[in-house]
Design a protein around this ligand. Structure first.
Ligand SMILES: [Ca+2]
Ligand SMILES: [Ca+2]
Ligand SMILES: [Zn+2]
Ligand SMILES: [Zn+2]
Length: 377
């Protein structure tokens, strides 16, 4: 089946080669099968199916690919299928590969691009889709000379649509969860087009899958950007939308898009924008931390919405979002502490703006967020 699909994709123009058919991830797959399919889909892992003698080689490659994935997601590069790794793999995400190289030259020649919204999903009204799409384009036009104009009908550079299952682009959707959307690099025809999985629970808030957040990411691909391993970037492949007031292009996104298209010539508009947040770097001599705690054998360092986890057995320290482990914990915490009952307390000084929490206890001048440490975290 894999070979058959290959024979189809090689007929496509080079800009579409990223749209390789993906093996569908299914919840009933066992852990190893699931991980193999994930790495096949997003890290170009090629299993040697059915050849027992090659099993060792396959597992070596599997381990290498697993490490590559772990590095990309800021996890400890164990090469083993830890529960953290599986959790990261099970997160809803973009359907494009994380190792696909995008050519800088594959970009739009025009600065004025047109888009058309072909349909809506049963979960959201079309007026809301229009609003989310417009807002997502604005994120990119704010920092670049690109301008986006909505058109009716099929005569547009970027066709936006909701699709289900196999929709004849070799890039089938997988129902609720898993892959949320995909997009094609700039070009003629299907180039630049954006497809959303119609079966997701699309919302305009943080209760399901936020359409604006996914659109913003996919539009980055439609403009020619690849995935970023920076967990703070919109171009990070995993869905991690939590708070709408913190959602915007990161420094990394802005740098990448301006490298391709230049800066917004409207200096006044640019000056009104908030500076895109930079993801902290662990070797920055000016770096300070919001909080530090021990968690079993690990030390966890917190800064803004990010954290680093150090383990005595691993030299490499990756950066991840705090919300990738504790979705309810806000940014810029003031202290964190693991109690003896496997409970972690997060403290934040009262008066700081924070929306949503798992359970908070007003305690004197502090809010305390309580989180249960799950097994193997
Ligand atoms: Ca899906
Ligand atoms: Ca197109
Ligand atoms: Zn993507
Ligand atoms: Zn598609």
């Amino acid at each position: 089946m894999w070979t058959l699909y290959w024979s189809v994709t090689i007929l496509l123009p080079p800009c579409l080669l990223m749209a390789l058919p993906l093996p569908l991830l299914r919840p009933e797959d066992d852990r190893l099968e699931f991980a193999k399919k994930y790495l096949e889909s997003f890290y170009r892992f090629k299993p040697n199916s059915g050849i027992r003698q090659r099993r060792m080689t396959e597992m070596d490659t599997f381990q290498d690919k697993l490490k590559e994935m772990q590095r990309f997601f800021g996890l400890q590069e164990t090469g083993e299928l830890t529960s953290c790794t599986l959790d990261a793999m099970r997160k809803p995400r973009c359907g494009l590969s994380d190792v696909e190289t995008f050519e800088d030259t594959v970009k739009w020649k025009n600065k004025h691009l047109t888009y058309s919204i072909a349909n809506s999903s049963p979960a959201v009204r079309s007026s809301k889709v229009r609003r989310a799409v417009k807002k997502a384009w604005r994120l990119w036009s704010n920092f670049t000379p690109l301008r986006f104009l909505q058109r009716q009908g099929k005569e547009a550079d970027i066709m936006i649509s909701f699709k289900t299952g196999d929709h004849e682009d070799n890039f089938a959707f997988d129902g609720n969860g898993g892959i949320l959307a995909h997009a094609f690099q700039p070009g003629d025809g299907i180039g630049g087009d954006v497809h959303f999985d119609e079966e997701e629970r699309w919302t305009m808030n943080s209760s399901g899958i936020n359409l604006f957040a996914v659109a913003a990411h996919e539009f980055g691909h439609a403009l020619g950007l690849p995935h970023s391993s920076d967990p703070g970037a919109i171009m990070h492949p995993a869905y991690n939308f939590v708070r709408i007031n913190e959602f915007g292009l990161s420094y990394n996104d802005v740098q990448s898009i301006q490298k391709m298209y230049g800066v917004n010539p409207d200096v006044r508009a640019m000056s009104r924008l908030r500076l895109p947040p930079k993801t902290p770097e662990k070797c920055d001599p000016g770096l300070s931390f919001d909080a530090v705690m021990t968690m079993q054998q690990e030390m966890v360092f917190f800064k803004d919405r990010f954290m680093w986890r150090t383990h005595p057995n691993f030299d490499q320290v990756g950066i991840t979002l705090i919300t990738s482990l504790w979705s309810a914990v806000p940014s810029n915490i003031d202290a964190a502490y693991e109690t003896s009952e496997n409970t972690i307390l997060f403290f934040k000084v009262l008066g700081s703006a924070a929306a949503g929490c798992l359970a908070w206890i007003p305690k004197g001048p502090l809010y305390v967020w309580v989180s249960q440490r799950s097994e193997n975290n």
